[in-house]
Design a protein around this ligand. Structure first.
Ligand SMILES: Nc1ncnc2c1ncn2[C@@H]1O[C@H](COP(=O)(O)OP(=O)(O)OP(=O)(O)O)[C@@H](O)[C@H]1O
Length: 462
C-alpha cells in the first residue's frame, strides 16, 4: 500500500468531513490544502492546514489563538482534527480555516500600482488584527509580508499564528529566541540573543512591541522594496565582530511617501520598544492618515527595482550556540544571492533530511542575507526538521533540475506523485509557470519536490 505523507495528499482525500481539492503550499510546520466540506463541493472553500511533523503542539497554539482573536482581519478557525498517516501511522494535527483568496503582501505590491493611502489602509488593517491579538494577551511573533494576504478587494488578513503564543503559555521551544524571521527581529530581541548567546538559560520574552517592530519592517519593505538594516546595538560595536553599522535610510528618501506614512514607519522601527506605540494607536493613526492625507497620498509609490518578492524563509529558532554574531542585513544589491550555490539557492530543502548547515558557503553568509528569505534559514532548532525555502523569487520559473535534489524522495513514487528525472514531485494544483516559491516548471505545470521519507525519529518532541 502506498504511504501518504502530509505533503502529498491527493485531491479527494478525506480528513474527517473535509475533502481535499488541491495543494496550496507549505511552510516549515504546515502544508496547506484547499478543501471543502464533504458532499458540499459547491460550498465555500476552506484552507486545511496539516502539520508536517507528528503531534506538533504548535497547532494547538494556533487553534487557541485563532479561537481567542475572532477578528475580521484574521481567518476564522472552523474545525480541527488529526490525520493518521506516514509510514508509522503517526498523528498529524490539522486546522480548518476560512479560505482567504489573496496574494501575499509583496506579491500584491509587485502586481499593483499602489499609493501611500492604500498602504496606510492596508497597514491599518494589519495593525487592527495585531491589536486584537494583543488585546487577547496573544502575540503573533512572525509578522511579515509572507504572512499577510491581500484580497482582490483590498482587505488584508494576518495569517499564520503558528509561531504565536499568549501570556502564561509554556514555551514550546528552548532556544533563546522563539521562532521568528530574522529580518523582522526587534533590536531588543537581537540584543538579548547576543547577550545570552553562550548561556543555557533564559528565554527572551517577546512583547507586543516585537510584533509592532516587525510590522514596521514589513511596512518599510513594502514601501521601499528593501529591508531596513537588521536592528543592532551600537554599544556592542566591535564586541561582536561587526565592523560597520548601516544607518536606517528613512523610507521617504528611497521612495516618495506621504509624511504621515514615513513617520509611522519610522516610529514602528524605533529602537526603544516604548517609542513604537501600541498596535491599536498605530492603527488609529494610520486610518486617520489615510482619511486626511492630501492628494499626494494618491500618487503611485513607485518601487523602481524592488527586491523580488519571495518566501522570506521559514521561521527558525536560533539556538543558544549560534555561531554567527548578529550582523547587519545587507542591502538588496549586495549580491548575497551570489553566495548561494545553485543547489542551495534553488532547492526546497527537505524535511528532516538536509539542513543548510554544511552546504556551500559559510552559513553566516547565508544567515544574514537580507534578500527574500535566506536570513536565518541556517539557524534552526535541531528538534524541528526544517524546510528551508530557496531564495528564488516568486514569479520566476525554476527549470526542472536534471537530477534529484539533495534529500528528495526517489522512485518508486506514490501514486499521487510523479517521477521526473529520478525524483518524486507533487504537482501544484492549478498553477502554471512562472511558478515561484521554490516550485519548478515542467512542461507547463509547476511541481514541488517531495521530501525523502523521514528517518526514524530521535526525539518525540515537535
Ligand atoms: N486560510 C488560508 N487561506 C488561503 N491560503 C492560505 C491560508 N492559510 C495559509 N494559506 C497559504 O498556504 C501556504 C502555507 O501556509 P503557511 O505559510 O501558514 O504555512 P506554515 O507552515 O505555517 O508556514 P511558515 O513557514 O511561515 O511557518 C501559504 O501560501 C499561505 O498563504
Amino acid at each position: 500500500m502506498d504511504t501518504l505523507f502530509p505533503e502529498g495528499l491527493p485531491p479527494g482525500t478525506l480528513l474527517d468531513s473535509w475533502q481535499i481539492d488541491g495543494f496550496v503550499g507549505y511552510g516549515t510546520y504546515g502544508v496547506v490544502y484547499r478543501a471543502h466540506r464533504r458532499g458540499q463541493a459547491a460550498s465555500q472553500p476552506v484552507a486545511l492546514k496539516l502539520a508536517r511533523h507528528p503531534n506538533d503542539l504548535r497547532f494547538g497554539r494556533e487553534a487557541e489563538l485563532l479561537t481567542r482573536i475572532q477578528h475580521p482581519g484574521v481567518p476564522r478557525l472552523l474545525a480541527r482534527g488529526v490525520w493518521r498517516g506516514g509510514p508509522r501511522r503517526d498523528t498529524y494535527p490539522y486546522l480548518v480555516m476560512e479560505w482567504v483568496d489573496g496574494l501575499k503582501l509583496y506579491e500584491w505590491a509587485q502586481r499593483h500600482v499602489f499609493t501611500s493611502r492604500e498602504v496606510l489602509r492596508l497597514l491599518a488593517q494589519v495593525a487592527r488584527a495585531l491589536a486584537a491579538t494583543h488585546a487577547n494577551q496573544g502575540l503573533h511573533r512572525d509578522v511579515k509580508g509572507d504572512n499577510v494576504l491581500v484580497t482582490p478587494s483590498g482587505e488584508a488578513f494576518l495569517m499564520d499564528f503558528g509561531c504565536g503564543t499568549w501570556e502564561g503559555a509554556a514555551p514550546l521551544t528552548d532556544g533563546i529566541l522563539a521562532p521568528g524571521t530574522r529580518s523582522y527581529r526587534s533590536a531588543q530581541a537581537l540584543r538579548f540573543h547576543w547577550t545570552h548567546r553562550r548561556a543555557s538559560a533564559p528565554q527572551y520574552q517577546a512583547t507586543p512591541a516585537d510584533d509592532v517592530y516587525a510590522l514596521g519592517v514589513m511596512a518599510y519593505r513594502l514601501c521601499t522594496g528593501t529591508y531596513p538594516p537588521l536592528a543592532t546595538d551600537p554599544s556592542r560595536m566591535g564586541d561582536d565582530g561587526r565592523s560597520t553599522q548601516e544607518a536606517l535610510v528613512p523610507p521617504g528618501k528611497l521612495n516618495p511617501l506621504v509624511p504621515v506614512l514615513e513617520a509611522l514607519i519610522l516610529r514602528m522601527l524605533s529602537d526603544k520598544p516604548q517609542d513604537r506605540g501600541h498596535a491599536a494607536e498605530l492603527a488609529e493613526a494610520m486610518e486617520w492618515g489615510a482619511a486626511t492625507a492630501g492628494p499626494e497620498a494618491d500618487e503611485p509609490v513607485s518601487l523602481g527595482q524592488p527586491e523580488e518578492p519571495g518566501h522570506e524563509g521559514p521561521p527558525v529558532v536560533p539556538s543558544a550556540d549560534t555561531r554567527a554574531p548578529v550582523s547587519p542585513a545587507r542591502h538588496r544589491d549586495d549580491g548575497s544571492l551570489a553566495f548561494l550555490p545553485w543547489g542551495v539557492g534553488l532547492l526546497v530543502l527537505i524535511a528532516g533530511s538536509v539542513s543548510l548547515e554544511g552546504l556551500g558557503p559559510p552559513s553566516s553568509e547565508l544567515r544574514d542575507g537580507g534578500t527574500g528569505g535566506v536570513a536565518d534559514a541556517a539557524v534552526e532548532d535541531p528538534r524541528v526538521s526544517s524546510v528551508a525555502h530557496g531564495s528564488e523569487p516568486s514569479g520566476v520559473s525554476l527549470d526542472m533540475p536534471k537530477e534529484p535534489l539533495p534529500g528528495q524522495r526517489r522512485p518508486p513514487c506514490p501514486h499521487d506523485q510523479i517521477n521526473i528525472r529520478g525524483g518524486c514531485w507533487v504537482e501544484v494544483a492549478r498553477a502554471t509557470p512562472p511558478c515561484g516559491e521554490g516550485s519548478y516548471d515542467w512542461k507547463g505545470a509547476c511541481y514541488y519536490p517531495v521530501s525523502a521519507p523521514p528517518r526514524p525519529s530521535t526525539s518525540d518532541k515537535p
